[in-house]
Unconditional design. Structure first.
Length: 179
């Protein structure tokens, strides 16, 4: 039951992640979407808390009390399943939109170099590398590596956030009398 519940809730959270990621993908074209992405990112732990709390309420209906370990495991699985759902829009982004956006950023940066002749040298001295070269090199990272990195980051961050949620939920859970 815990894995099935986490998978179902993870699909919902994954769809939330996908919509949030769409805001990030199109933020370069519509800057207001970056603000929506930022706010949606701040709301994620609260959404996961509500989902884990709902899992605890469903357990209470059948006579069980959610404990820290159960709440943490549910939250971690929730982020895992959500991250799997998120892989599809990320794949679309890295294969279709990212190369176009990198090209657009390179052209913008080259236009700025033409407008301000000292900018290229300033950026190179500040960062030690040419930003255009960094953009070109970013295209060489395999898509699988990007996706695996994103999945891992989401699960690790989710596990850490689930520690906080589990502590709050298990503290609020009232033990049931099984007499």
């Amino acid at each position: 039951m815990p894995t099935i519940d986490a998978a179902r809730a993870g699909v919902v959270l994954g769809l939330y992640f996908a919509v949030k990621y769409l805001c990030l993908m199109y933020g370069l074209y519509f800057p207001l979407l970056y603000l929506i992405f930022f706010i949606a990112t701040l709301v994620v732990p609260f959404v996961a808390y509500r989902m884990t709390k709902g899992y605890g309420a469903r357990l209470a209906q059948v006579g069980y009390t959610i404990n820290f370990r159960m709440a943490w495991a549910h939250g971690t699985m929730l982020y895992f399943f959500a991250s799997i759902i998120l892989l599809l829009p990320q794949y679309m982004f890295f294969t279709r939109m990212y190369p176009e956006q990198i090209q657009m950023l390179q052209e913008l940066l080259q236009a700025r170099y033409a407008e301000m002749p000292g900018l290229e040298g300033t950026l190179h001295s500040l960062y030690g590398v040419d930003p255009i070269e960094v953009l070109r090199e970013s295209l060489q990272i395999p898509i699988f590596n990007r996706l695996l990195s994103s999945l891992s980051n989401n699960v690790v961050v989710g596990a850490l956030l689930s520690l906080i949620n589990a502590a709050i939920i298990s503290r609020k859970a009232k033990p049931q009398d099984h007499a």
